[in-house]
Ligand binder design. Structure first.
Ligand code: DGL
Length: 267
């Protein structure tokens, strides 16, 4: 990343802890950037909600992040991206980066020509999903798998427990028995389940979008000359719409350092 001068933070949001999977990659790629992460835990889960309701939350949160002075917003949630990304780009005068299920790389990676997309109902219902499948999914059989209760488990900090293993087996077992050799993680919460899925189904490729989306955000900062100076110290501010303490207690279970939690608890 080039050296820059823009010390304003980058905003990110999700219904809960899921978007931290994008944040984790972004902080690795852009360690000098300040970040403000909004976890909308009071409205979790987004997946089964009406898209209009998710859109309203996305607008309200984006306003809040703009008030916090952010220079770019990452919609670190597939469901909110499906419901709102086009409208957010129209309404706000700053760049947005959204999540798109990794259908294209999955279609390339599959040897058998069959892939499973694991996502929330809201993501499958949106136009964004249909467009990506129309554009990149031709010639590939695609099984849509709704991850009932999986985001809820991650939100409780369960990522590789017997309950998670059982939930993953029951969600993905049929499509894998049916020949799917690639699983696309179409929800940012599910990125935390990658190890459990790989452990349960060795030989199946598991593709997420946390890293490419973080890379896209960092590239846009460079392209638009919004990069922080190399002497700037990266930081993380959390805005939690629900129970803050409960959220902070989950962070270590997801691999976030106690140092960040402690710094945050004082702010
Ligand atoms: N993390 C969100 C996503 O990427 C959804 C989880 C939820 O249902 O709130 O779709």
């Amino acid at each position: 990343m080039l050296d820059g001068m823009d010390r304003r933070p980058v905003g990110m949001f999700d219904s809960g802890v899921g978007g931290l999977s994008v944040l984790r990659e972004f902080r690795r790629l852009a360690p000098n950037e300040r970040t403000v992460y909004f976890a909308d835990t009071a409205w979790f889960p987004y997946g089964p909600r009406d898209p209009g309701e998710v859109r309203k939350r996305a607008f309200a949160i984006s306003h809040r992040l703009v008030d916090a002075g952010v220079k770019l917003i990452v919609v670190a949630c597939n469901t909110a991206s499906a419901a709102a990304i086009a409208d957010l780009r129209q309404l706000f005068d700053l760049p947005f980066v959204g999540m798109v299920p990794a259908v294209k790389p999955a279609a390339h990676a599959s040897r058998r020509g069959r892939v499973a997309i694991l996502a929330t109902p809201g993501t499958f219902d949106g136009d964004l999903y249909s467009r990506v499948v129309d554009e990149f999914g031709k010639g590939t059989a695609i099984d849509r798998v709704v991850g009932h209760d999986l985001a809820e488990l991650v939100e409780k900090g369960e990522v590789d427990t017997p309950i998670v293993r059982e939930a993953v087996r029951s969600a993905l077992g049929p499509t894998i028995a049916n020949g799917s050799d690639v699983v696309v993680l179409g929800c940012t919460h599910y990125e935390f389940l990658a190890e459990a899925i790989k452990g349960e189904f060795p030989g199946v490729a598991v593709l997420g979008t946390g890293e490419p989306v973080a890379k896209r955000a960092s590239d846009i900062l460079s392209e638009l000359d919004l990069v922080a100076p190399s002497d700037a110290e990266g930081s993380l501010d959390l805005i939690i719409s629900g129970n803050r303490q409960a959220f902070l207690e989950i962070l270590p279970k997801l691999g976030f350092l106690p140092r960040e939690q402690a710094a945050e608890a004082q702010s």
